[in-house]
Ligand binder design. Structure first.
Ligand SMILES: [Mn+2]
Length: 318
């Protein structure tokens, strides 16, 4: 039985959605998790050699497991846009990795399928906050501007649903959402008909109202740092909130911190839209990761906050 391994955000969901609408697989095993859980290949149990499709999780975080699975005789198709490090050279490792900051995994899948389910790729690009990419792709379709706005809202809501410390924080588990989505060829029908869509819209509005009241702990014209409390809603809204702030303040880097138990913080970093680089470099220094435009840290010790703040200032304010 094949395995489909995917990031539990809009991009991972819409990448798999396109692939499985194109090529349905009888009862695939799904391996996924909240957006920030990216070491997913280690969750594949010992099974006979099979096809493993991997979507939207960094190879850097999964390399040793990828190598082990190749040694065990599995065939891996790896499709991703995160900073990967060296790519295994093995006849059973098929890689479609493109780290161009204008590309996300669903856009790579869209290229592979020659635009067959492009509306889902547009949805994902909006979800990954690649607005220009989404709009450029939308120009190649017959969508009206109101339909494009719907895809944007859906992408943002699917992305929002991926955020949480654990699956219990999420409104819907990514597996559940994927199976619901598989019932729809078009994201516009999912938008119009799926009760899951309405539930996400309500949950999002409520979480955002709370986040808008969060204090700013540092601000100048190039950088702003917000502090959110330790709560399920903070963990759900952190990504969408940072994307929203990044969009509304293109000249400023946006950093959203969420308190966690054990004196650490979860951190979301968005580079300034007008020059969207640096976020991954900074997060890598503090055991996080991501892309040049958007990156994060799972556990930043409070004791490291001053160093982190100085790194941000060095990168974005000079
Ligand atoms: Mn992605």
């Amino acid at each position: 039985m094949p395995y489909d391994v995917f990031n539990g955000d809009a991009d991972g969901l819409c990448a798999l959605q396109q692939l499985r609408l194109h090529q349905p697989v009888e009862g695939p095993h799904l391996v996924t998790g909240p957006k920030r859980e990216t070491s997913l290949l280690r969750k594949i149990p010992l099974v006979d050699p099979t096809e493993i499709t991997v979507l939207d999780i960094s190879l850097r975080a999964n390399r040793s497991d990828a190598e082990r699975l190749l040694q065990d005789g599995h065939r891996l198709t790896y499709i991703d846009h995160h900073n990967s490090g060296p790519i295994p050279e093995h006849k059973n490792f098929i890689s479609h990795i493109d780290t161009d900051p204008a590309v996300c995994t669903s856009v790579i899948v869209d290229q592979m399928l020659e635009g067959k389910y492009r509306d889902w790729a547009i949805t994902a690009a909006f979800g990954d906050n690649l607005i220009d990419t989404a709009k450029t792709l939308a120009q190649k379709t017959n969508l009206s501007s109101s339909q494009v706005r719907k895809l944007q809202e859906l992408g943002e809501l699917l992305n929002y649903n991926g955020y949480g410390r654990k699956v219990d924080d999420l409104w819907f588990s990514p597996e559940e959402l994927f199976w619901k989505m598989q019932g729809y060829q078009s994201p516009l029908d999912f938008y119009g008909e799926a009760p899951e869509f309405l539930a996400l819209r309500e949950g999002y509005a409520e979480d955002l109202r709370r986040a808008e009241k969060a204090p700013t702990i540092f601000e100048n014209s190039n950088l702003r740092i917000y502090q959110l409390p330790d709560a399920s809603w903070s963990h759900r809204i952190v990504g969408a909130f940072s994307n929203l702030k990044a969009r509304n303040h293109p000249e400023q880097a946006q950093v959203v911190m969420v308190e966690k138990p054990e004196r650490t913080q979860l951190v979301s970093v968005r580079s300034p839209k007008i020059h969207p680089v640096g976020a991954d470099e900074i997060c890598l220094q503090f055991e996080g990761g991501g892309r040049p435009a958007a990156a994060g840290i799972n556990d930043l010790p409070m004791a490291k906050f001053e160093d982190f703040k100085q790194a941000l200032i060095q990168r974005f304010c000079v």
